[in-house]
Ligand binder design. Sequence first.
Ligand code: DMJ
Length: 595
Amino acid sequence: MLQSFTVSIAAVFIKFWGKMARSRSSISKWRFLNPAYYLKRPKRLASLLILFVCATLVVWDRQTLVHEHEEEVSKLNNEVTRLHNMLEELKTGHSGVGTENVIEQSNEKMKVDVSEDPIDIERRGKVKDAMIHAWSSYEKYAWGHDELQPQTKNGVDSFGGLGATLVDALDTLYIMGLDEQFQKAREWVAESLDFNKNYEASVFETTIRVVGGLLSAYDLSGDKLFLEKAKDIADRLLPAWDTPSGIPFNIINLANGNPHNPGWTGGDSILADSGTEQLEFIALSQRTGDPKYQQKVENVITELNKTFPDDGLLPIYINPHKGSRSYSTITFGAMGDSFYEYLLKVWIQGNKTSPVKHYREMWETSMIGLESLVRKTTPSSFTYLCEKIGTSLIDKMDELACFAPGMIALGSSGYAPDEAKKFLSLAEELAWTCYNFYQSTPTKLAGENYFFNSGQDMSVGTSWNILRPETVESLFYLWRLTGNKTYQEWGWNIFQAFEKNSRTDSGYVGLKDVNTGVKDNMMQSFFLAETLKYLYLLFSPSSVISLDEWVFNTEAHPIRIVTRHDHTEGKLGVSNGDHLETRSRARREGRFHGN
Ligand code: DMJ
């Protein structure tokens, strides 16, 4: 604008000057240099002044433009430098975009794939938002309690007041890079986590959530506080294994150490409750150098292996005095499930070496049994796992058994190629069924269990949904092991159904009925420990908690795989070096910055 103004002033001046020049042509051509020429005639002086002002304006205007352009160019250069730096940081594992933690692989920082799918980045961002919402609701209404009741906005101590949600969520917070929240939770563990409770605790639940959660937080952060706390609670659980057979009692008083079994089992121990402490207690021995934890839990497997059946399937009740099996259901669902899971995972935790060979053998035997439970629905040919009592098969499958596709996929690579392929495809078929447990209901959330009647495919039995993780857990393993993006799509659909039906202003709730969508009043701690973690990892690069370096306990707490030695003559062959190795490697972990 300024430029056009100066141009018009100059044009007026030139016109005026032209007139003057024509009328005074006789005057000497040097007369313009004589000051008197101007001083005698005010009009000439005015013209000179106008000419001077116009010239100044033109020069000033140009200078300003040049300066403005220089500023623009400099800004663009800065932007180019910033983007270049971001690219470099992404290549070396520090994107500076978000705040998640990248997990190192050996000595090298994890390489974030710069060509990562932007949809994955966006989706894991949404899962992280869900975690922030779940956590801040817990923080606001139930801090320090075991679980949040979102509808009534209060906490409940369903596990004896051990801060179950807080401890269960530690590693999820860490992996998602929610550092402030992690630190605040750490302070609570340091100041307020007290296990000296006159409470009849479930040995299984306390182990998988509390011991597992603390060990995982230790392995990820290297903070010794978590290991000390894990040792404290494990020491309180240990008397549960003091039975004639070594099969543990499933309940123990945390203050006085008196163990017993629940009345409703008729005095028996539960298979899953007795065979799902191996990963945590072996890890604890490795990290403390004290063999007693590992010895107790490995005795259980040795005892069960003495009479292990040809099909590797054990009923859910076992007598802790005799070590014998009681007549009861055989299932990969409730009360059986994680016994089979841990046979495979202890073998992985033990680096698949000879001291843990019998775990793999027992697991493979159980897979023979599992195959004998496989049936297909009509008319759509969904593959499912039956339950069994005596010799009778029951056409029923728990959603809990939907961990099995992930387990089978994880174990498949230990077979020879043909078997591996067969088991991987069985895993994929079962995952499709589990996904359809979700898709077949009006809310697109799965019920607790399903029946399979001829001609009707699947129908919901118990119709609640309590935010369970098993299906997304299997989708996570299948995505990692096959690279098939379909599993991400299924997981995303399930996540959206949780967002639609289970999200409230004060946290996430389960549904009393997946047909009507009526809500319950509980945010289960495993929603933060497992469901959201597996969903987040489903949209993360596979080097974040690499399956080559970590093994997940049954509550989705990643435990670092360390060198294993056997224990002989009552001594645990886990060297102090292993213990140190675990700690120092954990400290070396890089911080993950990505969405
Ligand atoms: C979790 O506590 C664990 O995954 C356990 O093995 C089975 N049940 C719940 C989640 O459904």
